[in-house]
Design a binder for this molecule. Structure first.
Ligand code: ATP
Length: 370
């Protein structure tokens, strides 16, 4: 095999719906620390999946168990239907890209990328062809003879990626791979990573605490909190239909207006809030008698409208494409995203309404450990 070719064409129908990796009831204890508390998820062979959550929620631990660097305390992780428990890290068709790149400073780019293949004593011509193909994949073919210290952070990360994909793993694990880069470079690398994954048709599992990064990259997002999965789904569902107040708050800023659910049936509930009695779509866990919140994203709030309530502007921030306006209304602090040329003045009275079609009710029971 002399070139890096996609393992499968993402557009090909067929058995790509069969999961590559399945985690079932997985737990991890570090002595008394229960770091991962019974997670279930599966990865399809050609998808970009992100594990998203705050520091300490167990993301890296899950990655390390999949890579074979930590044992699984309970539950099972399967690759192609076979339990990975007794497969050592070096025998798993899985590679990891770390935040720190972990390049050898005394080797040039070619030697760094070729390192694994050289250990396997492959013929020189084959190694050279594979290194060239891998460097081309990450647009680094013109820097093959440089040492790591002669490269920018983004370029070093590209070399680390080339090294990780050269032997065509089935799954690439990426542990906060962009966090050492500045904001502009991070944005560029996000586009490159997604593009690389698409061209390779390989499964990528990426760990981050940055929700913007998760949205930029992912086909599927797994939102974690304190060792459990709070929700998993495509980015749009996670944003528009958060499963609970934790996800609504962690993802994308939300106005969560507490209330009481008085009716609930067939995915629609009625909640009494400062906005009055609101009937709208709700998350599955919402039930009569449980604490709940009306979830209104800043862009769902409007100036005026049928059921508007009175408020006072407390703060305005120009964010480039829009104004973020903060107002106190109905006993809550609300954020509105307005695309108008000028915002209402601080201290002025406004009527705050909302788009009923985009209102959503979530359960407000506190997640485990909080
Ligand atoms: P971060 O984004 O900060 O890396 P994370 O979500 O990846 O966080 P983990 O590194 O998986 O979280 O850690 C989960 C929990 O397990 C934390 O409470 C952490 O302190 C604990 N932990 C992680 N590794 C060990 C270890 N080797 N021994 C003991 N406790 C550990």
């Amino acid at each position: 095999m002399s070139t890096l070719t996609p393992t499968r064409k993402p557009t090909e129908a067929g058995n790509n719906h069969k999961p590559l990796l399945v985690a079932r009831g997985v737990h991890k204890f570090y002595n008394k620390v229960h770091a991962v508390r019974g997670v279930d998820f599966s990865l399809l062979p050609d998808r970009y999946v992100t594990l998203l959550g705050p520091s300490g929620c167990g993301k890296t631990t899950i990655l390390r168990m999949i890579g074979g660097f930590e044992t699984v305390s309970d539950g099972v992780i399967e690759l192609d239907g076979a339990d990975l428990e007794n497969v050592p890290a070096s025998r798993r068709p899985i590679n990891t890209v770390f935040q720190s790149y972990a390049l050898f400073p005394h080797l040039d780019v070619t030697e760094n990328v070729a390192f694994g293949l050289s250990l396997r004593r492959l013929p020189k011509a084959e190694i050279s062809a594979q290194v060239t193909a891998a460097l081309r994949m990450v647009h680094m073919e013109t820097m093959a003879s440089r040492r790591p210290q002669e490269l920018s952070g983004g370029q070093q990360q590209r070399v680390a990626l080339a090294r990780a994909i050269i032997n065509q793993p089935r799954l690439l694990l990426l542990d906060e791979p962009l966090s050492a880069l500045d904001r502009k470079m991070r944005k560029e690398m996000q586009i490159e990573l997604k593009d690389l994954q698409r061209r390779l048709g390989m499964a990528f599992l990426h760990v981050t605490h940055d929700q913007g990064e998760a949205f930029a990259l992912s086909d599927w997002i797994i939102v974690m909190n304190n060792g459990v999965i709070e929700q998993q789904g495509d980015p749009e569902t996670i944003y528009r239909r958060p499963a609970n107040a934790y996800v609504a708050d962690f993802i994308g800023g939300s106005n969560l207006i507490a209330g009481t659910v008085t009716e609930c049936a067939n995915g629609v509930a009625v909640i009494n809030t400062a906005f009055g009695r609101v009937r709208t779509a709700c998350a599955p866990e919402v039930a009569v008698g449980r604490p709940a919140s009306l979830c209104l994203r800043p862009e769902v709030l409007t100036l005026g409208g049928d059921e508007a309530i009175e408020g006072t502007v407390s703060h305005t921030v120009f964010e480039g494409s829009h104004w973020l306006v903060e107002a106190t209304a109905g006993g809550s602090t609300l954020q509105l995203r307005l695309s108008d040329d000028a915002p209402p003045a601080v201290g002025s009275s406004i009527e705050v309404g909302y788009d009923r079609a985009r209102a959503w009710i979530v359960d407000r029971t506190l997640p485990v450990g909080n």
